[in-house]
Design a protein around this ligand. Structure first.
Ligand SMILES: [Zn+2]
Length: 466
Protein backbone atom coordinates (compact mmCIF):
# COMPACT_ATOMS: atom_id res chain seq x y z
CA UNK A 1 0.00 0.00 0.00
CA UNK A 2 1.30 3.42 -0.83
CA UNK A 3 -0.21 6.82 -1.15
CA UNK A 4 -0.45 9.68 -3.56
CA UNK A 5 -3.13 12.17 -4.36
CA UNK A 6 -6.36 13.15 -6.07
CA UNK A 7 -9.41 13.24 -6.68
CA UNK A 8 -13.04 13.58 -7.34
CA UNK A 9 -15.64 10.97 -6.66
CA UNK A 10 -18.96 10.63 -8.39
CA UNK A 11 -21.53 7.93 -8.82
CA UNK A 12 -22.93 6.24 -11.85
CA UNK A 13 -25.59 6.28 -13.20
CA UNK A 14 -25.13 9.96 -13.02
CA UNK A 15 -27.57 12.16 -11.23
CA UNK A 16 -27.07 15.85 -10.86
CA UNK A 17 -25.41 16.21 -7.53
CA UNK A 18 -22.79 18.01 -5.61
CA UNK A 19 -20.14 16.12 -3.74
CA UNK A 20 -18.59 18.10 -0.98
CA UNK A 21 -14.93 18.15 -0.14
CA UNK A 22 -13.63 14.99 1.37
CA UNK A 23 -10.21 14.36 2.66
CA UNK A 24 -7.94 12.19 4.64
CA UNK A 25 -4.82 13.56 6.18
CA UNK A 26 -1.82 11.47 7.13
CA UNK A 27 0.97 13.51 8.54
CA UNK A 28 4.19 12.19 9.90
CA UNK A 29 7.91 12.64 9.82
CA UNK A 30 10.24 15.39 10.73
CA UNK A 31 9.75 18.22 13.15
CA UNK A 32 9.79 20.48 10.14
CA UNK A 33 6.51 19.05 9.01
CA UNK A 34 4.96 18.68 12.41
CA UNK A 35 5.65 22.31 13.24
CA UNK A 36 4.04 23.51 10.07
CA UNK A 37 1.15 21.09 10.13
CA UNK A 38 -1.55 23.12 11.71
CA UNK A 39 -1.24 26.10 9.45
CA UNK A 40 -1.14 23.92 6.41
CA UNK A 41 -4.25 22.07 7.35
CA UNK A 42 -6.02 25.41 7.46
CA UNK A 43 -4.93 26.14 3.96
CA UNK A 44 -6.71 23.32 2.25
CA UNK A 45 -8.53 24.61 -0.69
CA UNK A 46 -9.68 23.59 -4.08
CA UNK A 47 -7.12 23.53 -6.78
CA UNK A 48 -6.45 26.83 -8.44
CA UNK A 49 -8.32 27.46 -11.67
CA UNK A 50 -5.08 28.28 -13.41
CA UNK A 51 -3.94 24.68 -13.34
CA UNK A 52 -7.22 23.16 -14.36
CA UNK A 53 -7.43 21.31 -17.54
CA UNK A 54 -8.89 22.30 -20.85
CA UNK A 55 -10.62 18.93 -21.09
CA UNK A 56 -13.52 18.53 -18.69
CA UNK A 57 -12.26 21.47 -16.73
CA UNK A 58 -15.76 22.40 -15.65
CA UNK A 59 -16.10 19.25 -13.63
CA UNK A 60 -12.97 18.52 -11.75
CA UNK A 61 -11.19 20.11 -8.93
CA UNK A 62 -8.53 18.29 -7.04
CA UNK A 63 -5.88 19.06 -4.55
CA UNK A 64 -3.26 16.91 -2.95
CA UNK A 65 -0.43 17.27 -0.59
CA UNK A 66 2.56 15.08 -0.02
CA UNK A 67 4.87 14.20 2.75
CA UNK A 68 7.45 11.64 1.84
CA UNK A 69 9.35 10.85 4.96
CA UNK A 70 10.70 7.30 4.70
CA UNK A 71 7.32 5.66 4.56
CA UNK A 72 5.82 8.28 2.30
CA UNK A 73 3.14 10.06 4.21
CA UNK A 74 0.81 12.25 2.29
CA UNK A 75 -2.05 14.46 3.12
CA UNK A 76 -4.68 15.02 0.54
CA UNK A 77 -7.75 17.03 0.10
CA UNK A 78 -10.09 16.45 -2.77
CA UNK A 79 -12.91 18.79 -3.48
CA UNK A 80 -15.32 18.18 -6.20
CA UNK A 81 -18.39 19.63 -7.62
CA UNK A 82 -20.72 18.16 -10.13
CA UNK A 83 -24.00 19.47 -11.24
CA UNK A 84 -23.92 18.28 -14.73
CA UNK A 85 -26.54 17.26 -17.13
CA UNK A 86 -26.64 13.46 -16.79
CA UNK A 87 -26.61 12.97 -20.52
CA UNK A 88 -23.51 15.08 -20.84
CA UNK A 89 -21.75 13.04 -18.21
CA UNK A 90 -22.69 9.77 -19.83
CA UNK A 91 -20.96 10.91 -23.00
CA UNK A 92 -17.75 11.00 -21.03
CA UNK A 93 -17.89 7.27 -20.42
CA UNK A 94 -15.60 5.40 -22.71
CA UNK A 95 -17.67 2.24 -22.49
CA UNK A 96 -20.00 0.49 -20.09
CA UNK A 97 -21.39 -2.86 -19.13
CA UNK A 98 -24.68 -3.32 -17.32
CA UNK A 99 -22.87 -2.76 -14.06
CA UNK A 100 -19.85 -0.54 -14.62
CA UNK A 101 -18.84 2.43 -16.69
CA UNK A 102 -15.25 3.22 -17.62
CA UNK A 103 -14.01 6.75 -17.98
CA UNK A 104 -10.76 8.68 -18.22
CA UNK A 105 -12.26 11.98 -17.18
CA UNK A 106 -9.48 13.11 -14.85
CA UNK A 107 -5.94 14.43 -15.22
CA UNK A 108 -3.56 11.67 -16.40
CA UNK A 109 -6.53 9.53 -17.47
CA UNK A 110 -5.77 7.82 -20.76
CA UNK A 111 -6.81 4.78 -22.73
CA UNK A 112 -7.19 4.73 -26.50
CA UNK A 113 -10.52 2.94 -26.56
CA UNK A 114 -12.72 0.67 -24.54
CA UNK A 115 -15.14 -2.10 -25.36
CA UNK A 116 -17.48 -4.07 -23.12
CA UNK A 117 -16.82 -7.65 -24.20
CA UNK A 118 -19.07 -9.41 -21.67
CA UNK A 119 -21.33 -8.56 -18.75
CA UNK A 120 -18.33 -8.42 -16.44
CA UNK A 121 -15.48 -7.84 -18.85
CA UNK A 122 -13.96 -4.93 -20.74
CA UNK A 123 -11.14 -4.71 -23.23
CA UNK A 124 -9.06 -1.54 -23.27
CA UNK A 125 -6.81 -0.62 -26.16
CA UNK A 126 -3.63 1.16 -25.19
CA UNK A 127 -1.93 3.18 -27.89
CA UNK A 128 0.83 5.78 -27.60
CA UNK A 129 0.19 9.42 -28.36
CA UNK A 130 2.54 9.29 -31.29
CA UNK A 131 3.48 6.74 -33.90
CA UNK A 132 6.27 4.35 -33.03
CA UNK A 133 9.15 4.49 -32.57
CA UNK A 134 8.32 5.81 -29.14
CA UNK A 135 9.72 4.95 -25.76
CA UNK A 136 7.71 2.04 -24.46
CA UNK A 137 6.32 3.56 -21.30
CA UNK A 138 2.82 2.24 -21.82
CA UNK A 139 0.84 4.40 -19.42
CA UNK A 140 -2.83 3.86 -18.66
CA UNK A 141 -5.21 5.35 -16.14
CA UNK A 142 -8.98 4.96 -15.97
CA UNK A 143 -11.83 4.87 -13.53
CA UNK A 144 -14.36 2.13 -13.00
CA UNK A 145 -17.70 3.51 -11.90
CA UNK A 146 -19.87 0.64 -10.60
CA UNK A 147 -23.59 0.45 -10.03
CA UNK A 148 -23.38 -2.61 -7.78
CA UNK A 149 -20.56 -4.50 -6.13
CA UNK A 150 -19.09 -7.24 -8.30
CA UNK A 151 -16.08 -8.32 -10.25
CA UNK A 152 -14.69 -6.97 -13.49
CA UNK A 153 -12.16 -8.56 -15.79
CA UNK A 154 -10.02 -6.01 -17.61
CA UNK A 155 -7.99 -6.84 -20.63
CA UNK A 156 -5.20 -4.43 -21.51
CA UNK A 157 -4.72 -4.74 -25.23
CA UNK A 158 -1.42 -3.36 -26.51
CA UNK A 159 -0.72 -2.99 -30.21
CA UNK A 160 2.89 -1.93 -29.69
CA UNK A 161 5.44 -1.94 -26.89
CA UNK A 162 3.47 -4.16 -24.57
CA UNK A 163 2.61 -4.16 -20.92
CA UNK A 164 5.11 -2.45 -18.61
CA UNK A 165 3.43 -1.03 -15.50
CA UNK A 166 1.95 -3.36 -12.94
CA UNK A 167 -1.66 -2.23 -12.37
CA UNK A 168 -2.45 -0.30 -9.22
CA UNK A 169 -5.82 0.54 -7.74
CA UNK A 170 -7.26 3.20 -5.52
CA UNK A 171 -10.73 4.13 -4.37
CA UNK A 172 -9.77 7.69 -3.53
CA UNK A 173 -6.88 8.45 -5.88
CA UNK A 174 -4.76 8.79 -2.77
CA UNK A 175 -4.16 5.37 -1.25
CA UNK A 176 -2.87 2.95 -3.85
CA UNK A 177 -2.28 -0.78 -3.86
CA UNK A 178 -0.79 -2.99 -6.53
CA UNK A 179 -3.28 -5.47 -7.95
CA UNK A 180 -2.64 -8.84 -6.34
CA UNK A 181 -0.06 -10.99 -8.01
CA UNK A 182 -2.35 -13.91 -8.79
CA UNK A 183 -5.07 -11.67 -10.21
CA UNK A 184 -2.92 -10.64 -13.16
CA UNK A 185 -2.34 -12.87 -16.16
CA UNK A 186 0.42 -11.87 -18.56
CA UNK A 187 0.66 -13.24 -22.07
CA UNK A 188 2.18 -12.43 -25.44
CA UNK A 189 0.52 -11.83 -28.75
CA UNK A 190 2.91 -11.45 -31.69
CA UNK A 191 5.69 -10.82 -29.18
CA UNK A 192 3.78 -7.93 -27.61
CA UNK A 193 3.18 -8.44 -23.88
CA UNK A 194 -0.50 -8.28 -22.87
CA UNK A 195 -2.15 -8.19 -19.47
CA UNK A 196 -5.50 -9.22 -18.05
CA UNK A 197 -6.71 -8.97 -14.48
CA UNK A 198 -9.86 -9.39 -12.48
CA UNK A 199 -10.86 -6.94 -9.79
CA UNK A 200 -13.42 -7.14 -7.08
CA UNK A 201 -15.11 -3.80 -6.67
CA UNK A 202 -17.65 -2.34 -4.35
CA UNK A 203 -20.02 0.43 -5.26
CA UNK A 204 -17.41 3.16 -5.03
CA UNK A 205 -15.53 4.31 -8.11
CA UNK A 206 -12.19 2.62 -8.46
CA UNK A 207 -9.15 4.15 -10.11
CA UNK A 208 -6.82 1.85 -12.01
CA UNK A 209 -3.48 3.14 -13.28
CA UNK A 210 -0.03 2.01 -14.27
CA UNK A 211 1.44 3.96 -11.35
CA UNK A 212 0.09 6.16 -8.59
CA UNK A 213 -1.47 9.26 -10.08
CA UNK A 214 0.54 12.43 -9.50
CA UNK A 215 -0.91 15.20 -11.62
CA UNK A 216 -0.55 18.97 -11.94
CA UNK A 217 -2.82 19.71 -8.98
CA UNK A 218 -0.69 17.46 -6.78
CA UNK A 219 2.45 19.38 -7.67
CA UNK A 220 0.76 22.68 -7.01
CA UNK A 221 -0.58 21.52 -3.66
CA UNK A 222 2.84 20.20 -2.70
CA UNK A 223 4.51 23.46 -3.63
CA UNK A 224 1.84 25.38 -1.75
CA UNK A 225 2.57 23.31 1.32
CA UNK A 226 6.33 23.38 1.32
CA UNK A 227 6.47 27.04 0.36
CA UNK A 228 4.86 27.97 3.63
CA UNK A 229 8.34 27.52 4.96
CA UNK A 230 10.29 30.76 4.80
CA UNK A 231 13.13 29.17 2.83
CA UNK A 232 10.93 28.13 -0.11
CA UNK A 233 9.48 30.55 -2.62
CA UNK A 234 7.12 29.36 -5.36
CA UNK A 235 7.05 30.85 -8.81
CA UNK A 236 6.15 29.84 -12.34
CA UNK A 237 8.81 29.09 -14.94
CA UNK A 238 6.45 29.81 -17.82
CA UNK A 239 3.77 28.11 -19.84
CA UNK A 240 3.68 24.83 -21.69
CA UNK A 241 2.62 24.61 -25.30
CA UNK A 242 -1.01 24.27 -24.16
CA UNK A 243 -0.57 27.19 -21.76
CA UNK A 244 -0.38 25.25 -18.55
CA UNK A 245 1.84 26.81 -15.92
CA UNK A 246 5.12 25.05 -15.24
CA UNK A 247 5.57 25.32 -11.49
CA UNK A 248 8.88 26.24 -9.92
CA UNK A 249 10.31 26.86 -6.50
CA UNK A 250 13.46 28.46 -5.14
CA UNK A 251 15.03 27.24 -1.91
CA UNK A 252 17.50 29.33 0.07
CA UNK A 253 17.77 30.98 3.46
CA UNK A 254 15.75 34.21 3.60
CA UNK A 255 17.68 37.41 3.02
CA UNK A 256 20.61 35.59 1.48
CA UNK A 257 21.84 35.78 -2.09
CA UNK A 258 23.71 32.56 -2.65
CA UNK A 259 26.10 32.60 -5.53
CA UNK A 260 26.10 28.84 -5.98
CA UNK A 261 23.05 27.44 -7.79
CA UNK A 262 21.63 23.93 -7.99
CA UNK A 263 18.93 23.07 -10.54
CA UNK A 264 16.59 20.09 -10.10
CA UNK A 265 13.98 19.10 -12.67
CA UNK A 266 11.45 16.30 -13.05
CA UNK A 267 8.66 14.82 -15.10
CA UNK A 268 9.94 15.47 -18.57
CA UNK A 269 8.43 12.05 -19.19
CA UNK A 270 4.82 11.77 -18.03
CA UNK A 271 4.57 8.18 -16.71
CA UNK A 272 7.76 8.41 -14.66
CA UNK A 273 6.10 8.61 -11.29
CA UNK A 274 8.82 6.94 -9.26
CA UNK A 275 11.22 9.73 -10.21
CA UNK A 276 8.68 12.14 -8.72
CA UNK A 277 8.42 9.98 -5.62
CA UNK A 278 12.16 10.50 -5.15
CA UNK A 279 12.10 14.21 -5.95
CA UNK A 280 9.55 15.02 -3.25
CA UNK A 281 11.56 13.71 -0.28
CA UNK A 282 14.78 14.99 -1.86
CA UNK A 283 13.43 18.53 -1.90
CA UNK A 284 11.78 18.20 1.50
CA UNK A 285 15.14 17.17 2.94
CA UNK A 286 16.75 20.28 1.50
CA UNK A 287 14.06 22.20 3.37
CA UNK A 288 14.34 20.25 6.58
CA UNK A 289 15.78 21.37 9.89
CA UNK A 290 18.72 18.98 9.61
CA UNK A 291 21.84 20.98 10.53
CA UNK A 292 23.40 20.25 7.15
CA UNK A 293 20.29 21.57 5.38
CA UNK A 294 20.29 24.77 7.39
CA UNK A 295 23.93 25.35 6.47
CA UNK A 296 23.28 24.39 2.88
CA UNK A 297 20.49 26.89 2.39
CA UNK A 298 22.76 29.71 3.47
CA UNK A 299 25.42 28.92 0.90
CA UNK A 300 23.44 27.36 -1.98
CA UNK A 301 20.27 28.28 -3.80
CA UNK A 302 18.26 25.39 -5.27
CA UNK A 303 15.82 25.91 -8.11
CA UNK A 304 13.25 23.14 -8.47
CA UNK A 305 11.18 22.55 -11.61
CA UNK A 306 9.33 19.40 -10.53
CA UNK A 307 7.13 18.99 -13.62
CA UNK A 308 8.48 20.29 -16.91
CA UNK A 309 5.84 18.54 -19.04
CA UNK A 310 2.41 19.38 -17.57
CA UNK A 311 0.67 18.79 -20.90
CA UNK A 312 2.00 15.28 -21.28
CA UNK A 313 1.22 14.52 -17.65
CA UNK A 314 -2.33 15.80 -18.00
CA UNK A 315 -3.04 13.85 -21.17
CA UNK A 316 -1.55 10.68 -19.77
CA UNK A 317 1.04 10.54 -22.55
CA UNK A 318 3.52 7.71 -22.68
CA UNK A 319 6.46 9.94 -23.44
CA UNK A 320 5.93 13.16 -25.31
CA UNK A 321 4.85 16.73 -24.70
CA UNK A 322 1.75 18.12 -26.39
CA UNK A 323 4.10 19.17 -29.18
CA UNK A 324 4.66 15.43 -29.67
CA UNK A 325 8.31 15.73 -28.76
CA UNK A 326 10.38 13.81 -26.28
CA UNK A 327 11.47 16.79 -24.23
CA UNK A 328 14.57 14.99 -23.06
CA UNK A 329 15.78 14.75 -26.65
CA UNK A 330 15.23 18.44 -27.26
CA UNK A 331 18.08 19.93 -25.22
CA UNK A 332 20.08 21.53 -28.00
CA UNK A 333 17.43 21.75 -30.69
CA UNK A 334 15.09 23.51 -28.22
CA UNK A 335 12.07 23.26 -30.48
CA UNK A 336 9.57 23.22 -27.60
CA UNK A 337 8.50 25.98 -25.22
CA UNK A 338 9.16 23.78 -22.21
CA UNK A 339 12.80 23.12 -23.07
CA UNK A 340 13.27 26.70 -24.27
CA UNK A 341 12.22 27.86 -20.83
CA UNK A 342 14.85 25.64 -19.23
CA UNK A 343 17.53 26.89 -21.62
CA UNK A 344 16.53 30.44 -20.73
CA UNK A 345 16.66 29.75 -17.01
CA UNK A 346 20.17 28.30 -17.22
CA UNK A 347 21.28 31.13 -19.49
CA UNK A 348 20.00 33.67 -17.02
CA UNK A 349 22.00 32.08 -14.22
CA UNK A 350 25.10 32.05 -16.41
CA UNK A 351 24.65 35.68 -17.44
CA UNK A 352 24.32 36.84 -13.83
CA UNK A 353 27.77 37.70 -12.42
CA UNK A 354 26.41 37.08 -8.92
CA UNK A 355 25.34 33.50 -9.64
CA UNK A 356 27.02 30.36 -10.86
CA UNK A 357 25.57 26.93 -11.65
CA UNK A 358 27.14 24.13 -9.60
CA UNK A 359 25.02 21.02 -10.17
CA UNK A 360 22.11 19.79 -12.30
CA UNK A 361 19.90 16.78 -11.48
CA UNK A 362 17.07 15.45 -13.66
CA UNK A 363 14.64 12.93 -12.02
CA UNK A 364 13.25 10.06 -14.13
CA UNK A 365 12.09 6.44 -13.94
CA UNK A 366 13.14 3.35 -15.80
CA UNK A 367 13.15 -0.40 -15.22
CA UNK A 368 15.73 -0.17 -12.41
CA UNK A 369 17.36 2.34 -10.08
CA UNK A 370 20.32 3.85 -11.91
CA UNK A 371 22.29 7.08 -11.96
CA UNK A 372 23.17 8.07 -15.51
CA UNK A 373 26.07 10.44 -15.00
CA UNK A 374 28.70 12.01 -17.11
CA UNK A 375 32.02 10.12 -16.95
CA UNK A 376 34.49 10.92 -14.19
CA UNK A 377 37.12 11.95 -16.72
CA UNK A 378 34.96 14.80 -17.94
CA UNK A 379 36.31 17.85 -16.13
CA UNK A 380 33.75 19.53 -13.89
CA UNK A 381 33.59 22.20 -11.27
CA UNK A 382 33.28 21.01 -8.56
CA UNK A 383 35.62 18.17 -9.60
CA UNK A 384 34.59 14.53 -9.23
CA UNK A 385 31.48 15.55 -7.35
CA UNK A 386 29.32 12.72 -8.73
CA UNK A 387 31.81 10.04 -7.69
CA UNK A 388 32.03 11.43 -4.16
CA UNK A 389 28.30 11.99 -3.84
CA UNK A 390 27.38 8.46 -4.88
CA UNK A 391 30.07 6.96 -2.64
CA UNK A 392 28.61 8.84 0.29
CA UNK A 393 25.10 7.78 -0.66
CA UNK A 394 26.22 4.18 -0.87
CA UNK A 395 27.59 4.23 2.66
CA UNK A 396 24.42 5.94 3.91
CA UNK A 397 22.16 3.09 2.75
CA UNK A 398 23.79 -0.17 3.82
CA UNK A 399 22.92 -3.02 1.52
CA UNK A 400 21.64 -0.78 -1.24
CA UNK A 401 23.71 -1.16 -4.38
CA UNK A 402 24.32 2.09 -6.21
CA UNK A 403 24.00 1.44 -9.91
CA UNK A 404 25.91 4.03 -11.89
CA UNK A 405 26.25 4.23 -15.67
CA UNK A 406 28.59 6.98 -16.80
CA UNK A 407 28.43 6.13 -20.49
CA UNK A 408 24.72 6.08 -21.18
CA UNK A 409 23.81 7.86 -24.43
CA UNK A 410 26.52 10.48 -24.19
CA UNK A 411 25.61 11.72 -27.66
CA UNK A 412 21.90 12.32 -27.08
CA UNK A 413 20.51 15.85 -26.85
CA UNK A 414 19.25 15.21 -23.33
CA UNK A 415 19.42 17.48 -20.32
CA UNK A 416 22.40 15.76 -18.71
CA UNK A 417 24.58 16.00 -21.83
CA UNK A 418 23.50 19.51 -22.79
CA UNK A 419 23.98 21.07 -19.37
CA UNK A 420 27.38 19.46 -18.97
CA UNK A 421 28.56 20.47 -22.45
CA UNK A 422 27.45 24.04 -21.97
CA UNK A 423 28.27 24.70 -18.33
CA UNK A 424 30.85 22.06 -17.36
CA UNK A 425 29.08 21.24 -14.12
CA UNK A 426 28.27 17.76 -12.76
CA UNK A 427 25.03 16.48 -14.31
CA UNK A 428 23.02 13.36 -13.62
CA UNK A 429 19.84 11.64 -14.67
CA UNK A 430 18.48 10.24 -11.40
CA UNK A 431 16.45 7.18 -12.39
CA UNK A 432 14.24 5.15 -10.06
CA UNK A 433 12.88 1.74 -11.02
CA UNK A 434 9.22 1.45 -11.94
CA UNK A 435 8.43 -0.94 -9.13
CA UNK A 436 11.07 -0.01 -6.57
CA UNK A 437 9.61 -0.27 -3.07
CA UNK A 438 7.98 3.06 -2.27
CA UNK A 439 9.44 3.34 1.22
CA UNK A 440 12.88 2.66 -0.24
CA UNK A 441 12.36 5.40 -2.84
CA UNK A 442 11.59 7.87 -0.07
CA UNK A 443 14.69 6.70 1.77
CA UNK A 444 16.85 7.07 -1.35
CA UNK A 445 15.47 10.54 -1.98
CA UNK A 446 16.23 11.71 1.50
CA UNK A 447 19.69 10.16 1.73
CA UNK A 448 20.64 11.40 -1.74
CA UNK A 449 19.77 14.93 -0.66
CA UNK A 450 21.74 14.64 2.58
CA UNK A 451 24.75 13.21 0.75
CA UNK A 452 24.55 15.94 -1.89
CA UNK A 453 24.47 18.68 0.72
CA UNK A 454 27.40 17.23 2.67
CA UNK A 455 29.52 16.87 -0.45
CA UNK A 456 28.71 20.30 -1.83
CA UNK A 457 29.42 21.94 1.50
CA UNK A 458 32.79 20.18 1.50
CA UNK A 459 33.78 21.94 -1.73
CA UNK A 460 35.61 25.23 -1.85
CA UNK A 461 33.12 28.08 -2.17
CA UNK A 462 32.83 29.15 -5.77
CA UNK A 463 35.04 32.08 -6.69
CA UNK A 464 33.35 35.27 -7.94
CA UNK A 465 35.79 35.23 -10.89
CA UNK A 466 34.18 32.21 -12.42
ZN1 LIG B 1 12.68 9.56 -18.47
Amino acid sequence: MYTTCLTKIRRWPMNPMVTSASCTAHVGGSSLWNSARNSRQDRRRCFDESLRLPRHMEERIAIGRHFWIFAAFIAVVGCTTTGDNPAAVVQQHRCQTNNVAIDTDFPTGNIASCEATAADQVSLKLVPEDAPPINCSAWYAFRIDPRDAGTLTIKLDYEVCGHRYWPKISTDGHNWSPVEQDAVVLSEVDEVKQAQFTLKHGTKPLFVAGQEIVGPSDYQAWIDDVSQLPDAVPWVLGQSLEKRPIPAMTIKAPDTHPREQIVLIGRQHPPEITGALALFPFVETLLSDEPVAIRFRKRFETIVIPMLNPDGVTHGHWRHSSGLKDLNRDWGPFTQPETQLMAGLLEKIEADPARNLRLFIDFHSTQKDVFYTIPDDYPTNPPLFLKKWLARLSSAIPGYEINRDANHHLDQPNSKNYVYAKYRVPTVTFEIGDETDRALIAHIGREAALAMMHELLATEPDSPTK
